[in-house]
Unconditional design. Sequence first.
Lengths: 150, 143
Amino acid sequence: MTDVRRYYEEIEVGEQYESPGRTVTETDIVLFAGLSGDYNVLHTDAELMKTSIFGERIAHGLLGLAIQSGLLTRATKAYATVAFVGLRWKFKGPIKIGDTVRLRARVLAKRDDGKPDRGLITLQRTVVNQRDEVVQEGETDELVEKRALA
Amino acid sequence: MTAATYFEDVEIGDVEVGPAMTLTEAHAALYRGLTSESPDGSGGIPALLPLVLATGLAWRTPRPPLVVLAFMSFDWTIHRELRVGETIHGRARAALKRSMREGGVLIEDHELIDQNGDVAQSGRFVFLVAKRGTARPDPAPTA
């Protein structure tokens, strides 16, 4: 089988990806509350949230993070990732039911620590809504296989 | 009235330890369905899933729920991949507080600890937390 994954050497700093849009639904939020066990009223009490500054329920911040993680897989060919090792993340604004989010990502840095089989790739990621407002942004680090050993 | 923990109630150094949860194939499948990530077929748990589960476990500590106005940011490090069948629990420590007019910023250090007592993932969460008597979406509406 042909390996279509991309290796450390093939990924260039400055590469940019844009994902398709994804509309965040009430179902997403309910399923995420069930999966995570996070039933904070922010995400689950429609009546109370009418009186809040948001005016309605909002998606869990980590639901937005999880969704963008999936959107990356639909924005570009998969990396030959060995491990996802960390992230630095900011929640800039609410994601509301019916909002459509998309991911813009850019290869920010590559770091070769001299390991024969892997190198570190840092992506800058921006999650925007249908009005092009940034709702989340951050940087993610992953270790990617080198071609030499493939 | 539902009990709640406000900014004023948190002391630096407070430690909260949550209950443990075993990571299952069902968790991974539900998560992948929601996010559209493809299965890896090798029993690995998606890297961000334990973090997601940890946020729910954090609600199940003896302390009444924190009145979070907003989850502002976090840094997170994954020390090793977790597998189906492993059991994690969370430990959080209040590291820093800064009072603001509309609430207060609380920084917590979080660790996800495996069945052997080793830290599998860890990081820092930054929350905006309500003060007593301020307008907020909270678990104890007075109206």
